[in-house]
Design a binder for this molecule. Structure first.
Ligand code: ADP
Ligand code: MG
Length: 710
């Protein structure tokens, strides 16, 4: 039976396993599967990384450095060199009376034999300026028969992302075979024709064929940039699929019940009166948004973004009081023990005078103490529970959790957020009074998520911004210095501390083992103590006992330490207003989000603060851009946008391999401009054709949907 008949009517061609392609045995199928390529559709959506234009021949004289081109000529001379390593140089010439050198560093004897003078050769590559005019290093090439016409390509050649164990030619062939099996538009197309007409989009089939096999006159620059209409059509559908899947989950969540924490806010008012400061306008606004969410019997899912020091904690405390006053529980989870401890201290100071009972749960709470805490959480004796991810362990059962607050959300992975969301659902099912109700969720982050990303990644969240700092803060001045200038800094620290100010010295290392970093911090501590004998120098790192760490932080906060040598454990949330100088060593090794977090430790009081970013030359281009960004702006939103541009969305959201970051064709940094359109189309589809919406989600997202929303 001819191969084409096997795919006839009734079979969903898109989901045929790759084993149905000729030439795909178990071994090849396994290599493809390792890259997530299982079905014909997976190959359809495996787009070229770039394209090569072999549809014409460029005269050697017309070549330009850096511009890839196809050249045809005859071998004029061959030279083998061995000066430092094996090397082969082949000079070719053409009718334009110019010479091009092909240079090889790896080659075999047969290749040398092929290049006899006079042989006709066609090659492709990007020339660069060499010793004797232009040269191409390791061109792709083939030898032509003397008199054959040597047909030119009809289409631009796709170059696919490499797959281990499968040669590029084989991969190209397999994708070609898969494309040959593309069904007709009718079977494939999901976007309604009027929509396509309005947006002037090609059909899916056309878009796939053009993306894989662009015609010779296609706009190569647009294709290379991923901005060709054919590619953008695919990107649009993929973004639409992700957005729809988040929206559907959002709808599902809104169909669940949550406790309406109506209007009893006497406790919250009491706290506001007791605070030594007045809330900023932004804090007021966000608190009111949270409060009106909480008043509804539908689970809140709200992200509060606010730059470091903008005062998110007090907003969280006010929200917690609404839950507590309604006779229910609130939980606050932070990513590090140090930060959780600081929250505990703040909340104790604010809430205990109001008679609120607070429990503390972290990994180090063990034995009898732990049993006692678990009891208090389960019986409801604890109204507020503060802790680390220990809160998410299976044996933690809440009596009646109505509000889960997650601080510094970006530090938690996808799975952890899901676990906390499920927590209220799972661990409360036994509770008869409130069966099936889920907690409201408040997520706080100091790493502002770019608007575009928030839309795509968090279509399931409402977003509030505390976009105003408390009064009296002065901006931190940032300087970037080579590590050679370290001695001057020591003087600067001496001066600052003599004036009664305090300083941080932050150690980082490329090795992220706690052990090695702790050692480095230890030796920096010893060196600085020796150079600054008149100062009280302290040390905190991740390997210290929690008690010692906390005692040291407290000493620093109380002014008993002048200079604190620390690892990035101080990164998140630590609050010492009198500290006004920070030095970050090896700043080139840190990402923008982390640098921004660190710098946020200074400039929290009224003194003018500065931050010195020390780097070890030479700087990579990326690192230079990061440091320059830090020097230029302290606006968390600008920094987040830049971070997105430099790193891509995966790392920003902490979902590197799964869900959201696993776009096949879209690139949020590049394609963000499509998002408003995506949202509009999603609205229309959800209203008019929910079945089509389902099929679009199924095609692009499938089972990954759950993680994409976390
Ligand atoms: P972040 O948003 O970074 O978590 P915090 O909640 O830790 O910020 O607040 C930073 C500091 O600012 C704390 O010392 C806090 O008590 C103080 N603070 C919060 N709100 C105000 C305000 N409206 N006026 C003055 N200080 C405030
Ligand atoms: Mg905070």
């Amino acid at each position: 039976m001819p191969a084409s008949h096997r795919f006839d009517a009734g079979v969903d061609v898109a989901h045929l396993p790759l084993g149905t392609l000729p030439g795909v045995g178990a071994r090849v199928a396994e290599k493809l599967a390792a890259r997530g390529l299982l079905t014909l559709q997976d190959l359809w959506l495996q787009l070229p990384r770039r394209y090569e234009d072999r549809t014409s021949i460029t005269p050697i004289r017309a070549l330009q450095p850096g511009v890839a081109a196809q050249v045809e000529g005859r071998v004029e001379a061959v030279e083998r060199g061995f000066r430092y390593k094996p090397m082969l140089r082949v000079a070719i010439g053409d009718d334009s009376q110019a010479t091009l050198v092909l240079r090889f560093f790896h080659f075999r004897a047969v290749q040398v034999a092929q290049f006899r003078p006079g042989a006709r050769i066609r090659c492709y590559g990007a020339p660069r300026a060499g010793q004797h005019g232009l040269e191409i290093v390791h061109p792709s090439y083939r030898l032509l028969d003397d008199d054959a016409a040597g047909a030119l390509g009809e289409q631009l050649d796709p170059v696919y992302p490499a797959i281990e164990g499968i040669g590029p030619a084989t991969l190209r062939k397999l994708i070609g075979l898969a494309l040959d099996r593309l069904p007709d538009d009718e079977a494939l197309e999901l976007l309604p024709p009027p929509l396509r007409a309005r947006l002037q989009l090609p059909s899916l089939k056309q878009a796939l064929l053009t993306s894989h096999r662009p015609p010779r006159d296609a706009d190569l620059a647009a294709l290379s940039a991923g901005l060709h209409p054919a590619q953008q059509r695919l990107v649009l559908e993929e973004l639409l699929a992700h957005h729809l899947s988040l929206r559907r989950q959002r709808i599902a969540l809104q169909q669940q019940r949550a406790a309406a924490l109506a209007d009893a806010d006497a406790l919250a008012l009491q706290l506001q009166e007791a605070l030594p400061f007045a809330l900023t306008g932004a804090q007021q606004r966000v608190y009111q948004q949270v409060r009106s969410d909480l008043a509804r019997p539908v689970p809140m899912l709200r992200l509060v973004q606010g730059d470091v020091g903008s005062g998110k904690t007090v907003v969280a405390a006010l929200a917690a009081l609404l839950a507590i006053q309604a006779g229910k529980q609130a939980a606050l989870m932070a990513p590090t023990e140090l930060l959780a401890e600081q929250h505990l201290a703040n909340l104790r100071g604010w809430l205990e005078p109001l008679g609120v009972r607070i429990a503390w749960l972290a990994g180090k709470v063990t034995g009898k103490a732990r049993a006692g805490v678990l009891d208090a959480v389960a019986s409801g004796a604890a109204q507020m529970v503060v802790g680390t991810h220990a809160l998410m362990q299976d044996n933690v059962v809440f009596h009646d959790l109505a509000l889960a607050i997650v601080d510094e959300q970006h530090r938690f992975g996808v799975h952890q957020r899901l676990a906390l969301r499920d927590k209220g659902v799972l661990r409360q099912a036994q509770d008869e009074r409130d069966e099936g109700s889920v907690p409201h969720q408040l997520v706080m982050t100091a790493t502002p998520i770019p608007r575009t990303l928030a839309m795509a990644a968090y279509a399931d969240l409402d977003v509030s911004a505390i976009d105003e700092l408390p009064p009296g803060r002065t901006p931190v001045q940032t300087v970037v210095l080579s590590a050679e200038r370290r001695p001057e800094l020591i003087e600067r620290i001496r001066g600052a501390c003599a004036e009664g100010r305090q300083a941080y010295w932050v150690c980082t290392l490329i090795d992220d083992s706690d052990e090695v970093i702790a050692q480095a911090a230890q030796s920096t501590y010893e060196n600085l103590s020796a150079s600054l004998p008149q100062l009280r120098v302290g040390l905190v790192h991740g390997r210290m006992k929690a008690n010692d760490k906390q005692a040291m932080m407290r000493a620093f906060k109380d002014g008993a330490i002048d200079l604190l040598v620390a690892t990035t454990v101080i990164e998140v949330g630590v609050d010492v207003p009198n500290a006004s100088l920070m030095i970050v060593e090896n700043a080139e090794r840190l990402g923008l989000a982390q640098l921004h977090q660190l710098r946020g430790r200074v400039g929290r009081g009224s003194a003018a603060s500065s931050c010195v970013l020390l780097y070890q030359p030479p700087l990579s281009a990326m690192a230079r851009q990061r440091l320059e960004t830090m020097r230029q702006t302290s606006d968390g939103f600008v920094i987040a946008e830049k971070d997105l541009e430099l790193r891509g969305p995966g790392e920003l959201l902490g979902v590197r391999q799964t869900g959201l970051a696993a776009f096949r064709v879209a690139d949020l940094a590049r394609d963000a401009a499509l998002l408003p359109q995506v949202r509009e189309i999603a609205d229309a589809l959800l209203a008019d054709s929910p079945d089509i919406a389902d099929r679009i989600v199924q095609r692009w997202v499938g089972g990954a949907a759950r993680y994409a929303s976390a």
